[in-house]
Design a protein around this ligand. Structure first.
Ligand code: NAD
Length: 487
């Protein structure tokens, strides 16, 4: 028998999900969502919700809170395992939905589904490890200990580039910890978010524990402002992260902000250049560069700049741009017209500041939002293209003079998401681990990708608050109690 997740008529998924039911938003406003590879393919008209819709979702989450908290983590983990089972059965359906809505290649969408499964698997296993400690007491006949309690209703605000995995790595720990949640996904990927919520409904999650409100900034702002929301976990751009922090500061809102990146791969003169080429191409042009950890700067020792550039340009010039669903596509579309225009403008701006175009640089005509994979050379470390996130298939190559200069340039940006080094020298490797001003470090491998049990952490303007994934995530969704019991 077909699972109800995909048997449901898609009209349900145009709605919000509040208190266990798919409901029409109060605003009545809608927004058209299209396939970025073919804008004639309309996925649906999704809700543009407002403050009233947020109010009812937060109220539902608030009502569901006490019973959900009292279940305990081991019973709550059973729902995550059921969701894991359903997602396993429907992994191909989810991958196809991600490709259609977000644009990424089918193989990349499958990778995202596997990541979501790993997050569920890891998080469910953590149920038996939500420990505190027992400590010695200062008085006789006294027992002292610590334990964690959920913070309450959480608001989860997510971007469009990982429309399943990022919501999952917020929803899964929120639920396991005993919080109840309101998810406000990106207006560019509402359908995948609706499928995720349906997955948990099919897994039998009690009504009101996980609610979904579709929409954009007005819905996000209302969620952040709601007095019954105890914490906001946000993934997105730096300006919006700062706006959330400011909006919540007056009531000491707990926040977890995962923000942008301007990630460098340093290639030293002794590096394996073929291996570095593979890793840079994967890191820069996978998902058309739309990853917070995407490789957007190559900082290369002048001694090997020319041979590395030749390898990169040869590989990248041969990449095929096309729909994510086509098996021979190497570079998928970017997510929408605004992103495409921003990428083209960033390349033009870089050239105006002295960078040279090594390959690509233009939008590709088509029924969707396609951009040639682009390499810029002779980029100055302080040029705008070397400092600001592009979030598209655009790579800047910056020459350096050895290791110290490479580290200096790599760290000369306000972001600190990932840092990558190619060298054969063990001493440089260990030195770099301490000197990178970035949260996720890679050596002699692509600068993207992480594990569900490692912290998704950034440095400087890339992150604020406890990291996501890994056991560190409990420091956002729970707070500590200490207790002293004299008997
Ligand atoms: P965005 O900041 O424009 O939007 C993110 C979310 O915030 C969306 O759901 C949006 O509707 C909502 N929003 C917008 N204004 C708001 C406001 N004032 N208050 C509350 N919510 C608001 O980001 P995006 O374009 O969706 O995603 C791309 C960005 O996300 C890039 O900067 C990228 O680096 C970053 N990102 C970071 C990570 C990470 O883990 N650090 C992962 C993926 C993407």
């Amino acid at each position: 028998m077909a699972n109800p997740t995909f048997a449901l008529v898609s009209a349900h998924h145009l709605r919000n999900h509040v208190d266990g039911r798919w409901v029409v938003p109060e605003t009545g406003r809608r927004r058209r969502n299209v396939n970025p590879a073919d804008t004639a393919d309309v996925i649906g008209e999704f809700a543009e919700s407002g403050g009233v819709d947020i109010d009812s979702a937060v109220a539902a989450a608030h009502r569901a809170g006490p019973a959900w908290r009292d279940l305990g983590p081991i019973a709550r983990a059973a729902y995550l395992r059921r969701a894991w089972q359903l997602l396993t059965e429907h992994r191909e359906d989810f991958a196809a939905a991600i490709t259609r809505e977000q644009g990424k290649r089918t193989s990349e969408a499958r990778g995202e589904v596997e990541r979501a499964l790993a997050v569920l698997d890891f998080t469910a296993g953590e149920a038996r490890r939500l420990n505190g400690v027992t400590t010695p007491a200062e008085e006789p006949r006294t027992f002292a200990c610590t334990f964690r309690v959920p913070i309450g209703v959480v608001g989860l605000i997510t971007p469009w580039n990982f429309p399943l995995a990022i919501p999952m790595w917020k929803v899964a720990p929120a639920l396991l910890s005993g919080c109840t949640a309101v998810l406000k996904p990106s207006p560019l990927t509402p359908h995948t978010a609706a499928l995720l919520v349906q997955l948990f409904q099919d897994a039998g999650l009690p009504s009101g524990v996980l609610n979904l409100v579709q929409g954009d900034q007005p819905a996000g702002e209302a969620l952040v402002a709601h007095p019954d929301v105890a914490g906001v976990s946000f993934t997105g751009s730096l300006p919006v992260g700062v706006a959330i922090q400011e909006a919540g500061a007056h009531r000491l809102l707990r926040t977890q902000l995962e923000l942008g990146g301007k990630n460098a791969v340093i290639v030293l003169a002794d590096a394996d250049l073929d291996r570095a080429t593979d890793a840079i191409v994967h890191g820069a042009f996978g998902q058309a560069g739309q990853r917070c950890s995407a490789t957007s700067r190559v900082v290369v020792d002048r001694e090997v700049e020319q041979p590395l550039l030749e390898r990169l340009v040869k590989r990248v010039s041969a990449m095929r741009v096309g729909p994510g669903a086509a098996p021979d596509t190497d570079v998928c579309p970017v997510v929408d017209a605004a992103r495409l225009a921003a990428c083209v403008a960033a390349v033009e701006g870089a050239q105006a500041q002295g960078a040279k175009l090594a390959c690509g640089g233009r939008a590709v005509p088509g029924p969707g939002y396609f951009m040639e994979p682009t390499i810029l050379r002779d980029v100055a470390p302080n040029a705008t293209i070397a400092q600001e996130e592009v979030f598209g298939p655009v790579l800047s190559v910056i020459p350096c003079d050895g290791f110290d200069d490479g580290m200096r340039i790599s760290n000369s940006v306000r972001y600190g998401m990932s840092g990558t080094l190619f060298t054969q020298d063990p001493a440089r490797i260990f030195e770099a681990l301490g000197r990178f001003e970035a949260g996720m470090l890679h050596v002699n491998r692509p600068g993207v990708g992480a594990y569900a049990h490692l912290p998704h952490s950034g440095s400087k303007a890339s992150q604020f608050g406890p990291p996501e994934c890994s056991p560190q995530v409990w420091d956002f969704y729970t707070e500590w109690r200490s207790a002293c019991i004299t008997y």
